[in-house]
Design a binder for this molecule. Structure first.
Ligand SMILES: [Zn+2]
Length: 167
């Protein structure tokens, strides 16, 4: 009964190969929601360019093995594959080994997340549960619940209850 969600693959957005890839042990128990804290991108071309630059920043400047997040979502509801399912991310220090990191593209300190993005993430979570990548009883957090950060921004943080529960 999980709704279908279309994911723009790494190949489609032109991702560089990861330096290393660590498999998550078992299904993810927690979901951590982030924002990129960058201006929102409009349309797939602009979002894909943004993804390439985020990945470059994470790998070159921050020394990560790959783009930090497992998935990212654009304001139009397009979902982009980051590290993807079943892979340990680099998004919430000390909390990466049992979780899935999803980033909303944009800055949600003052902006409200779009209904399209919210609905896509809900579908993505349902799809993760139905494929066994995500525990059906997963707990969902904002990054700020787990670390000293404003992430995912006031407005997105306030919207998180809408993402809890998969019904
Ligand atoms: Zn974050």
């Amino acid at each position: 009964m999980a709704q279908k969600v279309t994911i723009v693959s790494r190949q489609q957005w032109g991702a560089a190969a990861p330096k290393k890839r660590e498999t998550l042990k078992g299904s993810a128990q927690r979901v951590v929601i982030h924002h990129t804290a960058l201006p929102r991108c409009k349309g797939q071309k602009e979002c894909m360019d943004r993804l390439v630059s985020i990945q470059r920043g994470h790998m070159k400047d921050r020394g990560f093995d790959d783009i930090g997040y497992n998935f990212l979502v654009g304001g139009d509801g397009a979902v982009y594959e980051g590290r993807g399912w079943g892979v340990v991310g680099a998004h919430a220090k000390g909390n990466n080994h049992d979780s899935l990191g999803i980033a909303f593209m944009g800055n949600f300190k003052n902006d409200t997340p779009s209904t399209e993005a919210m609905s896509s993430v809900k579908k993505l979570l349902q799809s993760g549960v139905s494929q066994g990548f995500l525990n059906p009883k997963f707990a969902l957090f904002g990054h700020r619940d787990l670390g000293d950060t404003e992430c995912p921004g006031e407005k997105l943080y306030a919207a998180l209850p809408q993402l809890r529960g998969t019904t």
